[in-house]
Design a protein around this ligand. Structure first.
Ligand code: NAD
Length: 508
């Protein structure tokens, strides 16, 4: 690791309600992608430091699980208020450590805030079922209990929102929670933790561990962790699911994507181009719901590509941090997360050309030069299904375009896709939209909507290699994941019958 400036902030961990900066053998640098400068360093915890944090979370569990759910929810109401008060600060922090534009960061924090609002309503959602007289004199009830210590492992692309998909729900359901944010963007998670403590969360209910593989492996195998929520790339999501379930934990594990955007010839082309650009280039393409393969049906192909190239070429690209760019507020697209990632994204343009596709707009030539990790929007035309740009998740501002002759052909492309997060159709035909909704091989569907975004109240229903597990994050499934059910059968015999044969009821 390169030498660190002596003043460089080491990102603190949270354990048992106390912040500390443990000495670690290894650190990961946190960059400001707008400038390319290192702004902090993340300690990469080993097994024993991670286990200590888990033990603290386990120690806090009994008292928190026994706290009435209405009181637990009240912490979320206060948390929501604090997040509102610090909304702009949280948004700027996302931009600073991630690089997305301020508008995108604000949208992210808003989606996260909605998860807190959802969690504040959990008392109503946790109410159980009951059936009196399921047998004579016997009543049945089914209620939800917390599962125990839960852990969340999150990716770099939503430093604020994805942690909020997890811990507000888990905690309000009565669990304690260990968050392991992405080591590339840990600052938002730390700020979220500080505000939650300020909201009155008791010590140890939320912990924050930092690290990479070793830290995650400890969370996946430790006997005191009951449930794992993971969001990240597909290869890691699969490992997390397999390791966690092998160690007896319930696991929800969300992975990568290759989202198809189908454009019918009757689509409103101006609107469609705008929506496609927002879908493919929003957050510089670093979204698991980013549209990355446009499938143009019939006559849609030429006007679509022409519109995308014109739109993409006109986008402003550059430093998104308002501290270094006075025009940040109106910026079209910010940098990507790291220099290596920018190079990887750029390499796909060479791969596409070698495979025989046409690079219609080359983001490497975009203006907006800064010392940051900037790459402009690209459009790759005439992409065939077997090409790597048609199949692989690039996770950058590259939109590939395939041309097909019919909706059936577009649906068949979806059938061949290993992922299944989302898919969108642009059309004015209700029939085509309905066919698409019914038949496309993905869990989140958009009709004339660029990104069928996951919303707090509905489950984020990734399919295929985009999700491993049964119960997804968010919505009712999130609550089901963080709770286990208990059924009780109750009989209260009359006192005057108590001298009778103990199995009197069976004789009634
Ligand atoms: P990543 O898989 O590299 O990292 C995610 C988390 O896993 C991080 O906290 C990281 O520290 C940890 N990790 C990395 N390698 C590990 C290993 N070998 N063993 C154990 N833990 C490991 O993902 P990323 O680059 O941070 O995020 C981008 C990916 O996340 C993209 O593929 C994107 O599609 C996906 N994503 C999916 C969703 C979804 O809901 N499906 C949402 C956001 C992002």
């Amino acid at each position: 690791m390169p030498a660190q400036a002596p003043t460089l902030t080491t990102v603190p961990v949270l354990s048992g309600g106390k912040w500390s900066t443990p000495a670690a053998d290894r650190y990961e640098e946190v960059y400001n992608p707008s400038t390319g400068q290192v702004i902090a360093r993340t300690p990469l915890l080993g097994a024993s430091e991670t286990a200590e944090i888990i033990e603290a979370a386990a120690a806090a569990l009994p008292a928190w699980a026994a706290t009435p759910v209405v009181e637990r929810a009240r912490v979320m109401f206060r948390y929501r208020q604090l997040m509102e008060e610090h909304f702009e600060e949280l948004s700027v922090l996302v931009t600073r450590e991630h690089g997305k534009t301020l508008a995108e960061a604000r949208a992210e924090v808003q989606r996260g805030l909605e998860m807190v609002e959802f969690a504040a309503g959990i008392p109503a959602m946790l109410m159980g079922d009951s059936l009196p007289d399921i047998a004579r004199g016997v009543d049945a009830e089914c209620v939800r209990h917390p599962v125990g210590v839960c852990a969340g492992i999150t990716p770099y692309n939503f430093p604020n929102m994805v942690p909020l998909w997890m811990f507000p729900v888990a905690i309000t359901c009565g669990n304690t929670f260990v968050l392991k944010p992405s080591e590339k963007v840990p600052l938002s998670a730390v700020r979220l933790g500080e505000l939650l403590i300020e909201a009155g969360l008791p010590d140890g209910v939320l912990s924050i561990a930092h690290g990479a593989k070793e830290c995650v492996e400890t969370l996946l195998t430790h006997p005191k962790v009951a449930a794992i929520s993971f969001v990240g790339s597909t290869p890691v999501a699969k490992i997390v699911y397999e390791t966690g379930t092998r160690h007896g934990k319930r696991v929800q594990s969300a992975g990568g994507a290759k989202n198809h955007l189908v454009i019918m010839p009757d689509a409103d082309m101006d609107q469609t181009v705008k929506q496609l650009a927002a879908s493919a280039y929003g957050c510089a393409g670093q979204r698991c719901m980013a549209g990355s393969l446009a499938v143009a049906v019939g006559a849609a192909g030429d006007p679509l590509v022409e519109g995308l190239v014109t739109h993409g070429a006109a986008m402003t690209v550059g430093a998104s941090d308002p501290g270094v760019n006075a025009a940040a507020e109106s910026l079209g697209m910010g940098p990507v997360i790291r220099k290596e990632h920018r190079d990887r994204v750029a390499s796909y343009l060479d791969i596409a050309a070698e495979d025989g596709a046409t690079v219609a707009l080359d983001g490497r030539k975009a203006d907006g030069a800064s010392n940051g990790f900037v790459i402009g929007p690209s459009v790759v035309d005439r992409v065939a299904p077997a090409m790597r740009v048609a199949k692989e998740e690039i996770f950058g501002p590259v939109l590939s375009v395939s041309r097909v002759d019919s909706l059936d052909e577009a649906l068949a492309l979806g059938d061949g896709c290993e992922y299944g997060n989302g898919a969108v159709i642009f059309t004015q035909s209700g029939y085509a939209a309905r066919e698409f909704k019914q038949r496309f091989n993905a869990g989140m569907i958009g009709v004339n909507v660029g990104v069928p975004a996951p919303m707090a109240w509905f489950p984020f229903t990734g399919w295929n290699q985009s999700f491993f597990g049964d119960l997804h994050v968010q919505g009712k499934e999130g609550i089901q994941f963080y709770t286990r059910q208990k059924v009780t059968l109750t009989r209260w015999p009359r006192q005057e019958d108590s001298h009778l044969d103990p199995v009197w009821a069976e004789k009634r």
